[in-house]
Write a new protein. Structure first.
Length: 435
């Protein structure tokens, strides 16, 4: 445990003479946390925290979020600086290894990742098992899970070398897996990766190139792709990362764990929100419909949400949303799109929501998904690929968090408790005697 113990909290159980002294742990930044591991032993009670909003499930050195101030740091570096100055693979190195690489370290790392980007030829045949209209996330879950059937040499999760090679394989192969999911859905031939391209340029190439035409590289779009990947690379203990950690805590292999993370990311409350935002904007249609839509959202008996708004941790603003909104304008300019009705509608919707007491009181701000769909659509990605792109970006975060957990001496199987509210013990009654 690297968190320092500075003070303690004493809890006394009302109506009894039992009390427990719980150490208060301090990280490098962020609020202190009290350690409840001895709570049950000392008091015979444990804690209730549905959704884990108040619970630190691990200590981690990877990513820090200050939700009140809108701060996001990868290994201590502000997301704004990384977005402006760095490249996705450099961020991958940083997340995995803890520090920015030297030129030499980066060259070796880039070469190492890129040489793993091909898929085993037999893995190609998996795609043919899917219906053409299968959702790319369904394909991603299956193909990534199936990697464990191909790489027996790195399934020993307790071996440092095997963990490292699994990390390289996952980061390298994910763009190929996602691009091929798309190619399969539109009936185009799979495009093989090209190692002389950057990670992002190669992804755009595998996605958009066809054998009948020369592929035209657009550095502005490759840079935008890189930015999108950087902004989605990690986000501490979110639902999909916690899923990866929980699956990994059982000793499951990394490919199975990342497949579990992809499944968790798919939900509309998490990574699936980028797809849901575009559907929502299409349903709203015009600015005239914004008010009735927001009235619907605010009606208490309605489950309609303003997709792309709100966040469990950010209660001020999501710094990624600001960066992606700016990138949206850059990409639309580059593509010569003077007016994008979707962007105009989204910006108007944002302004109206941000001045509405419902959203102000609940501290609901645009999150990263509010604008990411608009930029991805402009870059030629179909809506159903948006969450798959998120999965490509988040793989490095999942893998870094999984490695950190496996290398943590206090790692143990994740196993939450519950308050049981079902029937007390009762005896079985034969069916013929039941009334
Ligand atoms: N639209 C309308 N109301 C909302 C929204 C929203 N998008 N988000 C939260 N609220 C309301 C809730 O209904 C609740 O209201 P109440 O206090 O009157 O009951 C209040 O704000 C607090 O919200 P919670 O649901 O308690 O917040 P929680 O932290 O559990 O949920 C979540 C966070 C899931 C992100 C939620 O804000 C949401 O569903 N947003 C829309 C989906 C979305 O954009 N998800 C992407 C998140 S970012 C990511 O995963 C990459």
């Amino acid at each position: 445990m690297s968190a320092a113990v500075k003070r303690s909290v004493t809890i006394t159980l009302d109506g009894s003479n039992k009390s427990a002294s719980l150490p208060l742990l301090s990280g490098t930044i962020g609020p202190d946390v009290f350690d409840i591991r001895k709570l049950y032993a000392d008091l015979g009670v444990f804690t209730f925290d549905p959704g884990y909003g108040q619970t630190a499930s691990c200590d981690s050195k990877i990513t820090f979020i200050d939700g009140d101030e809108g701060v996001l740091l990868y290994r201590g570096y502000p997301i704004e600086q990384l977005a402006e100055k760095s490249r996705f693979l450099e961020v991958c190195y940083l997340l995995l290894n803890g520090d920015l690489p030297t030129k030499e370290e980066f060259g070796k790392f880039e070469k190492g990742v890129m040489r793993h980007n091909m898929l085993h030829e037999q893995l190609r045949s998996f795609y043919n098992g899917f219906r053409r209209d299968a959702h790319p996330m369904a394909v991603m879950c299956s193909v990534v899970g199936a990697l464990s059937a191909f790489y027996h040499d790195n399934l020993d999760v307790w071996d440092e070398g095997a963990r490292r090679i699994a990390a390289f394989r996952l980061i390298a192969k994910m763009p190929t897996i996602a691009a091929w999911a798309y190619k399969y859905s539109v009936g185009q031939p799979f495009v093989y990766p090209r190692n002389e391209l950057t990670y992002s340029a190669n992804f755009l190439y595998m996605f958009h190139a066809v054998p009948t035409e020369e592929y035209k590289f657009n550095p502005v779009l490759a840079k935008a792709m890189d930015l999108i990947l950087i902004l989605h690379a990690d986000h501490e203990q979110n639902a999909s990362t916690s899923t990866v950690r929980l699956a990994g805590s059982t000793g499951a292999n990394p490919f199975a764990c990342i497949a579990a993370g992809i499944a968790s990311l798919w939900g509309p409350a998490h990574g699936g929100a980028n797809e849901a935002v575009l559907k929502m904007l299409a349903d709203i249609g015009t600015t005239a419909n914004i008010k009735p839509f927001l009235d619907d959202v605010k009606a208490k008996d309605n489950s309609t949400k303003l997709m792309g708004f709100g966040h469990r941790v950010y209660k001020n603003y999501d710094p990624r949303a600001k960066l992606i909104q700016k990138a949206c304008h850059d990409v639309l300019n580059e593509l010569g799109i003077k007016d994008d009705p979707l962007l105009d509608l989204a910006m108007e919707l944002e302004q109206i929501a941000l001045s509405d007491p419902y959203f102000i009181e609940r501290k609901l701000y645009p999150n990263v998904d509010f604008y990411s769909g608009i930029i991805l659509k402009a870059m030629g990605f179909p809506t159903n690929m948006f969450t798959a792109l998120f999965a490509v970006a988040r793989t490095v975060g999942w893998v870094s968090q999984w490695k950190e957990m496996m290398e943590d001496p206090q790692q143990r199987i994740g196993r939450p408790r519950q308050i049981y509210t079902g029937s007390p013990r009762r005896d079985y009654v034969p069916m013929t005697e039941r009334t």
